[in-house]
Design a protein around this ligand. Structure first.
Ligand code: UGA
Length: 438
């Protein structure tokens, strides 16, 4: 099939590459010329394992091309995926839908044949309905077009596998024709057994927002338990392991620590709160406000514990920060808990040295102030405290005995509960973590 993918950010670039890999003829569209040039040359504009291979293979075969022209997109296909961002509005908790609306406004008058527009971006429930009215008002006479919603559940770091082998496909369509077209697009995946949930657009929009809210709730629940553990001497890691054995609960997304960040979970629960208020059901989801607060509190708790370990002040102390991205296997620092902690410690006059395997360039652009070290041992040199803030695999492979000779004082705060405290203590380190006994 021929299709376009409009918006080639994180979601769109991965979707375009994966759809081409399924065998479709794909045209990726973006207003950012630099991004389009990189993608057309087979280069991923961000760090994502496996994406570069897919881009190279499919741009070489000619199945995947890129353009900045919406006119070319309208001429190329009758099926258009919309993958532009829906960030938090600067003035409120709500999602900013201006990019999605701009795509509909720009595309509608260019369509000359009956078309299907498929939204993949995360949007407030009810968006398909209002966008459909917007689209209809801008079509040429005699042309019909429909909007369906097909949310995406990919995780950064696993984006390619999540797109090609998702847990489920969710499609909200108002006609059997649209549903049928999308079943054809995803046919190779359906043949390999991927579950398909066909529903109405409102339910499809809500599945995405509810899934991210549930994941955020799981994380804040275990972080609340970590606070209780700190007050009572219990151990949150053993607690999570024991809870996780119950298959109704499950161990995944139950790792206590610095909490969630990134471009999705925080803004999605806030946008959900805002939309629920508009729908006059704010009270029903008001617990999400608490989920957000618990999450923000973990950053403060980490800073407070770090200050305590340094004897009550950061001034003049050297602090090594391990990890700057919002999670491992990503170079993304959007709403990164690690960087938020680093910023507070910089502001408190510590001499901060940050290491991250992939996120240094983005971190440097987002937070000037700390020294950024490409070498983890150099980041730890003469440190009074090592702060483990993003659980990259390579940090678990560090040799605590060797590092103890490099630092000024062997003190570790593991804010991700991912390092082995017994091994570090055996090498002479004072180790603290969130929700674990000292
Ligand atoms: C999240 C969802 O997991 C995806 O399903 C969804 O498609 C995506 O948002 C989106 O809406 O686009 P992502 O933001 O890539 O994916 O990251 P996650 O792997 O979900 O991690 C989110 C945050 O939670 C990270 O900061 C991570 O460190 C934190 N986390 C995760 C915890 O603190 N504890 C855990 O047990 C798990």
């Amino acid at each position: 099939m021929r299709l376009t993918v409009i918006g080639t950010g994180y979601l769109g670039a991965v979707h375009a590459a994966c759809m081409a890999d399924l065998g479709h003829d794909v045209l990726g569209v973006d207003t950012d010329t630099r991004k389009i040039e990189a993608l057309a040359a087979g280069r991923a504009p961000f760090y994502e394992p496996g994406l570069a291979e897919l881009l190279t293979r499919n741009t070489r075969s000619g199945r995947l091309r890129f353009t900045t022209s919406l006119q070319e997109a309208a001429d190329f296909a009758d099926l258009h995926f919309v993958c532009v961002g829906t960030p938090q509005r600067p003035d409120s908790l709500a999602a900013d839908l201006s990019h999605v609306e701009a795509v509909v406004d720009g595309l509608a008058p260019l369509l000359t044949r009956d078309s299907l527009v498929v939204g993949k971006s995360t949007v407030p429930v009810g968006t398909t309905r209002s966008l459909s009215r917007r689209l209809a008002a801008r079509l040429r006479p005699g042309v019909t077009a429909e909007i369906a919603w097909n949310p995406e559940f990919l995780r950064e770091g696993y984006a390619v596998q999540d797109t090609l082998r998702p847990d489920r496909l969710v499609v909200g369509a108002t006609s059997a024709h649209a549903d049928g077209l999308l079943r054809t697009v995803y046919e190779p995946m359906l043949r390999s057994g991927v579950a398909y949930v066909g529903t109405d657009p409102a339910t499809a929009e809500l599945v995405k927002v509810a899934a991210n809210s549930f994941l955020a709730t799981k994380i804040s629940f275990i972080n609340a338990m970590a606070e209780v553990c700190d007050a009572s001497g219990a151990d949150v890691v053993t607690l999570a392991d024991a809870l996780g054995h119950d298959v109704r609960i499950g161990r995944r997304f139950l790792s206590a620590g610095l909490g969630f960040g990134g471009g999705c979970l925080p803004k999605d629960i806030r946008a959900f709160l805002a939309r629920a208020e508009e729908l006059e059901v704010g009270e029903a989801v008001s617990f999400l406000r608490q989920i957000d607060r618990i999450n923000e509190r973990q950053r403060r708790r980490t800073v407070d514990l770090a200050r305590h370990l340094l004897g009550g002040t950061f001034a003049g102390r050297r602090v090594a920060v391990l990890g700057a991205t919002f999670k491992p296997d990503s170079d993304d620092v959007r709403d990164s808990p690690a960087l938020a902690v680093a910023a507070q410690i910089v502001a408190a006059d510590a001499d901060v040295r940050v290491h991250d395997p992939e996120g240094l360039d983005n971190a440097r652009a987002a937070l000037p102030g700390p020294a950024y070290c490409p070498d983890v041992v150099e980041a730890c040199r003469d440190a009074d405290l090592v702060l483990h803030l993003t659980e990259w695999r390579q940090y678990r492979a560090l040799d605590p005995a060797h590092l103890s000779e490099v630092v000024r004082a062997p003190r570790l705060l593991d804010a991700r509960n991912a390092l082995d405290p017994a091994a570090w203590r055996a090498a002479g380190w004072q180790v603290r973590a969130l929700g674990r006994p000292a």
